[in-house]
Design a binder for this molecule. Structure first.
Ligand code: SF4
Length: 347
């Protein structure tokens, strides 16, 4: 049992540093319209991609400062070769209590068992539709069957520890709220509905396409009876609700009801850029610090100092734009600074 790190820094809004999202690649085998609407992208140079040892070294720094939950993301993390080797390194870090994975599920049948054996404890799979034609329209790939097989494999490998994420978009998939919930319930997994976010990459984002938490709850109430908020509330982004039949689901309402006040998340890109917010314009280059020989103490001091200065409330500031709100960045801005892309920051 690790003693709580006395050095656990809190930021200017008294938010602790507790959760670390590690993107291990910016590449993906899908092209979801709300994240990677383009066919071609400027990928991060391979020489800039952190080695597994560098990633584990940086993660150890965050764990020394209080992080106990790691989430592996991408792009699509299962595209990173030998990913189980990194999981083994991360699972060995003293103080890591939980390692979770966010994936589109397509490669889970192939790599799931090795990832579970390496130390992944929980899995979240993205699923925005149950219709094959719509899957192609939303992701640019004919991979619904592979994704569903991935979900079934996840349920076998991580019973009780699988969640599904569905990004809800008006006139694109919002007529599937009930079907998606029934699908999740039938497999004993918890579904989270995610409001469409204007993050980097969502170049076609508009407020008109957002289906708010309030509307999602109202629609589900019509079909299943009124959802009741789950008593237990933690720092996780989803608000959880229980239906009269006991089904529990979540809603992540960053667009209409931002939750920045309870955001304890830090994000690392595959090339070692650390972002204190999904909407942050700039980050801290930890790769250079590591490759220039920074000691553990120097790394800890750099990260602690930056976190203590943190005031990020990106979603709240976007929300305050009201009618003036549009996509976060245009295509040319994303081309100029690919790190603005959500698929580089791991969502
Ligand atoms: S917008 Fe930024 S501060 Fe707000 S919840 Fe997301 S990452 Fe945290």
């Amino acid at each position: 049992m690790t003693d709580p790190p006395s050095a656990r820094p809190s930021d200017r809004l008294a938010r602790p540093l507790r959760s670390f999202r590690i993107s291990v690649t910016d590449r993906c085998n899908l092209r979801c319209s709300y994240c990677m609407p383009e066919e071609h992208y400027t990928w991060l140079p391979r020489s800039d991609i952190l080695t597994f040892d560098e990633t584990a070294r940086i993660a150890s720094c965050f764990v020394r400062l209080g992080v106990d939950k790691l989430r592996i993301t991408g792009g699509e993390p299962l595209l990173r070769q030998d990913l189980p080797e990194l999981i083994v390194l991360l699972a060995r870090i003293h103080g890591v209590r939980d390692i979770a994975l966010t994936t589109n599920g397509v490669l889970l049948p192939r790599f799931g068992a090795a990832l579970r054996d390496a130390g992944v404890r929980r899995v979240t799979v993205s699923l925005d539709t149950l219709r094959a034609d719509r899957f192609v329209a939303l992701t640019g790939r004919d991979q619904l069957a592979a994704t569903l097989a991935g979900i079934d494999r996840a349920v076998e490998l991580w019973p009780g520890a699988v969640k599904l994420n569905a990004v809800v978009m008006r006139d694109r998939n919002d007529d599937e709220l009930v079907d998606l919930l029934r699908f999740a319930r039938a497999r004993g997994v918890e579904l989270r509905f995610i409001e469409y976010m204007d993050v980097g990459g969502a170049t076609a984002w508009s407020g008109a396409t957002v289906v708010s938490r309030r509307e999602i709850l109202a629609r589900l109430a019509e079909r299943f009876g009124a959802p009741v908020p789950c008593a237990e509330r933690d720092w996780a982004p989803a608000d959880r609700f229980r239906l009269p039949d006991g089904t529990v689901f979540g809603v992540i309402s960053s667009t209409t009801e931002p939750f920045c006040r309870t955001c304890d998340r830090a994000r690392l890109t595959a090339d070692g850029m650390w972002y204190t917010c999904l909407y942050a314009k700039s980050g801290v280059d930890l790769r250079s610090a590591v490759r220039c020989g920074a000691t553990d103490a120097e790394l800890d001091a750099l990260v602690a100092r930056r976190w203590r200065e943190r005031t990020d409330r990106g979603a709240e500031e976007r929300h305050a734009l009201r009618e003036a709100r549009g996509p976060l960045a245009a295509r040319d801005e994303l081309a100029d600074d690919p790190h603005l892309e959500m698929h580089k920051r791991g969502g």
